[in-house]
Design a protein around this ligand. Structure first.
Ligand code: ZN
Length: 201
């Protein structure tokens, strides 16, 4: 079904039951997804010690690998490790983490995921403070002359997609607003036609 929508990427949330309270799945499932998906796999590692698993997820088929700033003691090194595999490298930050944690990494990263809910479960409400963080981060990216994309993850749907994009976001992650829709294909179409650059299910 997703292959037949206008979605650009397939966003995959990996949860370990330690960094976040929930457990989702690991590289085995990603390997199967890769064999069916026509879209790039945008893998979001919500796990402790992600540096131990980068190559495993890349081998399983991850095209983009994002790690949490809060889970990495040596974030810059982990980013280099992701890039060495040939995957696009991303950093995700939780709602309480200020955007300046990525300021000195902007030259090196491809994607910054701003969590707009507390990570761990689907179906949560969008935290509106995220809009200010998008504006701050966009300014930082422009100043640094970086090509990094701002990706917003959590509680995104038609009701707020336009304000999120206007604030400067490039990529929207939409879970419930697509999969709980009566017509998921139409839900993707509606979001795409707001003028979204990158778009994820
Ligand atoms: Zn995610």
């Amino acid at each position: 079904m997703i292959n037949n929508t206008e979605a650009d990427w397939l966003h995959v949330d990996v949860m370990d039951g330690v960094f976040v309270p929930n457990i989702s799945f690991g590289p085995g499932i990603i390997k199967v997804m890769k064999s069916h998906s026509k879209l790039p796999l945008d893998v979001h590692l919500m796990i402790e010690k992600p540096e131990q698993y980068i190559e495993i997820f890349r081998d399983a088929g991850a095209d983009h690998i994002s790690v949490h700033a809060e889970a990495c003691t040596h974030l810059h090194r982990t980013i280099q490790q992701i890039k060495a595999t040939g995957a696009k490298a991303g950093v995700a930050i939780n709602p309480h983490t200020p955007v300046n944690v990525v300021e000195n990494l902007l030259e090196d990263i491809d994607i910054i995921i701003l969590m707009s809910v507390n990570p761990g479960f689907g179906g949560q409400k969008f935290i509106y403070q995220t809009i200010n963080k998008i504006r701050q981060l966009k300014e930082m990216i422009i100043t640094a002359n970086s090509d990094a994309l701002i990706e917003i993850d959590g509680g995104v749907g038609l009701q707020n997609a336009e304000s999120i994009l206007q604030a400067g976001a490039d990529v929207l992650v939409a879970g419930n607003s697509i999969f709980k829709a009566e017509n998921p294909k139409l839900a993707v179409y509606a979001l795409k036609n707001l003028g979204i650059q990158g778009y994820i299910v």
